[in-house]
Design a protein around this ligand. Structure first.
Ligand code: HEM
Length: 134
């Protein structure tokens, strides 16, 4: 029962009893879960009918939360030119926020670790080498 909906379709479902949200370009019907949400209904209603990708990811939801999310999936977002920019939470300047679905910083994090590791190893061996010479 997967359907393709446009952003404007989604934006019509903003009430507690009829609450859609977009996360990573997938559409979720959170109506049945609002009352049970450990983070409260307020935050869910804040992103009702909008792109909640950043709000959802910022919290660092658990795998369990992601499983619940999977169960609420109803379709895929069909982006059209001229769609309103997704409001990525906070209600602040959406244009300055990173694009939802953009490559997450995870890749960068790994690179950073690699650089630190290799740099650390080099420093260690240089230290050993210089010590041995002295
Ligand atoms: C349908 C979408 C969502 C689902 C299924 C969901 C599910 C959950 C679950 C299961 C937890 C418990 C902790 C965990 O397992 O990570 C949680 C906590 C939380 N959620 Fe969500 N969530 C959703 C959307 C959101 C959104 C859009 C926000 C907006 C900021 C949000 C904010 C929070 C916060 C702040 C907590 C922490 C509550 C606490 O520990 O006191 N959630 N959520």
């Amino acid at each position: 029962m997967s359907k393709e909906l446009s952003y404007s379709d989604v934006s019509e479902h903003t009430s507690k009893k009829d609450l859609y949200m977009v996360i990573h370009d997938k559409i979720y019907d959170a109506s049945s879960f609002v009352d049970e949400h450990p983070g409260g209904e307020e935050v869910m209603l804040d992103v009702a009918g909008q792109d909640a990708t950043e709000a959802f990811e910022d919290v660092g939801h658990s795998d369990e939360a992601r499983e619940i999310l999977n169960g609420l999936l109803i379709g895929t977002l069909q982006r059209k030119d001229g769609d309103p920019k997704p409001n990525v939470g906070g209600g602040s300047l959406a244009s300055s926020a990173p694009k939802p679905g953009a490559v997450q910083s995870q890749g960068m994090g790994m690179t950073l670790y690699a650089v630190l590791l290799v740099g650390g190893a080099l420093a260690f061996f240089a230290y050993q080498y210089l010590n041995a010479k002295a």
